[in-house]
Ligand binder design. Structure first.
Ligand SMILES: *[C@@H]1O[C@H](CO)[C@@H](O)[C@H](O)[C@H]1NC(C)=O
Ligand SMILES: *[C@@H]1O[C@H](CO)[C@@H](O)[C@H](O)[C@H]1NC(C)=O
Ligand SMILES: *[C@@H]1O[C@H](CO)[C@@H](O)[C@H](O)[C@H]1NC(C)=O
Length: 508
């Protein structure tokens, strides 16, 4: 899920309007001359307006602002939620541990990270799965209530067990992060995060504290998963945990793999796919396709200028590249860019109002221990602070991880535009690692659930790409059963069936 209602993105949209206006005179590229400057100026203005303090990008440092060591950092409470229906659990429902907690972050002045922890409805030996929703700035409760959580919210605010919650095959943690997202907060503005270093340190510190509290789960396998902008978070956090293990910091975490669903990981490559995807699905026609495709070389160049450490250059790059996306949207009308089969209704293109209604009930907030903190699904401030992070290429940390045996699953619902399967397939396929030759010649084989083809899968060694059929951006919402099967098979090493069906042409 990505926030698109914030102040900065309005400027992006304006830019796109101008660019689209100009693209009618499609043979004249001189307008790029003036835009080369204006995204920079716009970026500088944004930084000033949002007080992004870019010269001090990572406030985190290595310090530990431990004001009161006697105070417990992790405060967790057991939830006794009234949930209707059949849990389908192997243990009595009363014994199922559901928890919510706050972790007081180490490398911050006053930040507290909120999380839910649901013990598995299957076996306690099931893996521990961490889920991160994207945005940046959108709460992981979006996934909890609408995608892969243990229960759903009925219109009358009752909770009802979900048959396909990922807690059926894992001990499941939802984290609200970075600071400022969902119920996570700080009373000190210096704690806002501007990039993946601070974000991954915070999550690493949280996981250390979590496993200290729940040391019985240290032997379980650990998987880091997430969606959308978590295409940035998930590789960063996985790299951080792997590094912590190798350097023997803290507790050794039994890290086995990471999964990215419809993620934004390598923007330079993924922006190349927008026009191709939109044209191949008929959202735009040939003339528009040709016009929009002409923006890409400028976008590609801007991504290079942004590099790994840029700030203003990266925000400028975001504006240039995002004009590709917004141009497509302008042509496509009120399309739901998370699912091109649908219309965009509501601020996130779906109606998630029941979640805000549910979580803002006094009784619920009391049960969760969040005081009278108001819950909002997505925080534009968190999003704004990460504008310079958006165009960074997180693929860079992945080859080392998979070459050192950490498994990666990249999956994508076929009807998502914003983080479409094609762009994801392109970065996965072109990634340089020891097995990329073998991966490139591996065939696509059907991913079958209940004798039906639920997806197309391509895999070699630790790397798997899976295109999920009949799903948009939020795969576990659209195909809950297939998504649970995917998780179950992937974490038990059974995703790649031994008999691969022959004769299937590559999907792309
Ligand atoms: C192309 O841009 C130049 C420079 O702004 C301008 O003088 C010229 O008239 C434009 N040509 C067309 C065909 O729009
Ligand atoms: C609320 O809705 C659920 C599902 O529709 C239903 O089972 C339940 O009985 C309802 N509860 C009340 C109090 O109306
Ligand atoms: C690639 O596949 C071949 C043939 O199956 C195998 O022998 C080789 O070890 C694989 N290479 C890597 C790096 O996995």
């Amino acid at each position: 899920m990505r926030v698109r209602s914030s102040v900065p993105l309005r400027s992006v949209l304006c830019l796109a309007l101008l660019l689209t206006g100009s693209s009618n005179a499609s043979s004249n590229f001189s307008y790029f001359g003036s835009y080369e400057l204006s995204p920079y100026r716009t970026a500088e203005r944004l930084i000033r307006n949002l007080n992004l303090v870019p010269q001090n990008q990572e406030i985190s440092g290595e310090e530990d602002f431990d004001d009161d060591p006697s105070q417990r950092r992790l405060v967790e409470r057991k939830l006794n939620l009234d949930i209707l229906g059949d849990a389908g659990a192997t243990v009595p429902v009363e014994q199922l541990g559901h928890h919510a907690g706050y972790y007081r972050l180490k490398r911050t002045h006053a930040a507290k990270m909120f999380y839910f922890f649901f013990e598995s409805r299957g076996k306690s030996s099931d893996p521990v799965v961490v889920w991160l929703t994207g945005g940046p700035g959108c709460s992981s409760e979006l996934a909890l209530f609408y995608e892969n959580g243990p229960f759903k919210i009925a219109d009358n605010m009752s909770l009802i067990w979900s048959d396909y919650g990922w807690d059926k095959a894992s001990n499941l943690i939802y984290v609200d992060q970075p600071t400022g997202t969902g119920f996570s907060y700080s009373t000190d503005v210096r704690d806002i995060r501007f990039g993946e270093k601070g974000i991954s340190d915070d999550l690493y510190d949280f996981l250390q504290a979590f496993f200290q509290e729940h040391s019985g789960y240290l032997k379980n396998e650990l998987y880091i998963t997430g969606e959308s902008y978590a295409g940035h978070y998930v590789p960063a956090v996985t790299e951080r945990v792997h590094r912590g293990n190798k350097e023997k910091h803290g507790l050794h975490l039994n890290l086995k793999g990471f999964a990215i669903g419809n993620g934004l990981t390598n923007p330079g490559i993924q922006y190349s796919a927008y026009a191709d995807y939109a044209y191949s699905t008929g959202i735009i026609g040939e003339k528009e396709y040709k016009a929009i495709s002409k923006i890409y070389p400028v976008c590609e160049l801007s991504v290079k200028l942004c590099g790994a450490h840029g700030i203003i250059t990266c925000i400028a790059s975001l504006m240039v590249c995002n004009s590709i996306f917004t141009s497509i949207l302008l042509l496509a009308g009120d399309i739901n860019y998370y699912d091109i089969r649908k219309k965009c209704e509501g601020s996130l293109c779906y109606d998630f109002s029941n979640m805000e209604k549910f979580l803002n009930q006094k009784s619920v907030r009391h049960a969760l221990g969040v005081g009278d903190r108001k819950f909002v699904s997505c925080n534009p401030l968190v999003h704004g602070a990460l504008l310079a992070d958006l165009m960074k290429n997180l693929e860079e940390v992945i080859p080392t991880l998979i070459d050192e045996g950490i498994e990666l699953l990249v999956y994508a619902g076929e009807y998502d535009l914003i983080c479409n399967w094609l762009g994801n397939y392109r970065w996965v396929g072109s990634m340089k690692w020891s097995g990329n030759q073998n991966f490139s010649v591996a065939p696509f084989v059907p991913f079958t659930v209940d004798q039906h083809e639920a997806g197309l899968l391509k895999s070699s060694g630790p790397l798997t790409f899976l295109k999920i059929l009949n799903a948009g951006h939020m795969v576990p919402m659209d195909q809950p059963k297939a998504a649970l099967e995917m998780l179950r098979r992937w974490t038990t090493g059974k995703l790649v069936e031994e008999q691969s069906s022959p004769g299937l042409d590559e999907a792309y």
